[in-house]
Ligand binder design. Sequence first.
Ligand SMILES: Nc1ncnc2c1ncn2[C@@H]1O[C@H](COP(=O)(O)OP(=O)(O)O)[C@@H](O)[C@H]1O
Ligand SMILES: [Mg+2]
Length: 249
Amino acid sequence: MGTILEARNLTRRYRLGKDNYVDALRGASLSIGAGEFVAIMGPSGSGKSTLMHILGCLDRPDSGEVYLRGERVEGLRGRALDEVRRNGVGFVFQGFNLVPTMTAIENVAIAAEYAGHSRRAAQSKARRMLATVGLSDRANHTPSELSGGQQQRVAIARALVNDPLIVLGDEPTGDLDTATSEEIIATMRRICAETKTTFVMVTHDPEVGAACDRVIEVRDGLVLNGERAVDPQAVPTAPRIAIKTPVLV
Ligand SMILES: Nc1ncnc2c1ncn2[C@@H]1O[C@H](COP(=O)(O)OP(=O)(O)O)[C@@H](O)[C@H]1O
Ligand SMILES: [Mg+2]
């Protein structure tokens, strides 16, 4: 399993006026393998959201690097940045962030249209994604006609519609009750297994953490255990080349 997302020594300082600042990240590093399902946990104010925004290219670090599938992305601008935001990463937020006046299918399709698909192709992709999250029968409902769990399923479909390398979630189950939260996590796990999409989610919920492959802990702007265990397949071993005995004729 190769590394899909890597952060090296990220720092981010928020300035709050002339002599006042907060160091939200103080040298955070982590490494995520392709297809992993990972939780990020830590106290409120420890820098989790700041980290997620930088990993997803929604914000830039003051220093440090982010590599998405080996390519440096933290300094991208213009078209290259749009490309990563549209096709590289999908986001799922705590508050769902759906457009209230659009139906479920329109909320998903618009993300595909932004990525350059025709309206028709976008609709068909959106329909498929809604089926994947189990919402085919709610395609024409607006968010206010859907439960919280259903709204989050729409948001997951939207995050996945452009086949991103990685889905980032900032407390995606934070507004859901325990049973619904379990369903949402189970849905994401199934999609992770079926599509090999990588999921990285900030959560406060220890049960969500327990349902993940790995929990990365953030404290005070630092990642405590961001490095993954070395993949045995990635360790270089002596080449297994069969040495042919010369045939003497
Ligand atoms: N836009 C901002 N302006 C100023 N300070 C901020 C801003 N966003 C976050 N912070 C501060 O940075 C620190 C980390 O915040 P955040 O990344 O939101 O942590 P978490 O998501 O773990 O609660 C906190 O002290 C917070 O108050
Ligand atoms: Mg946060």
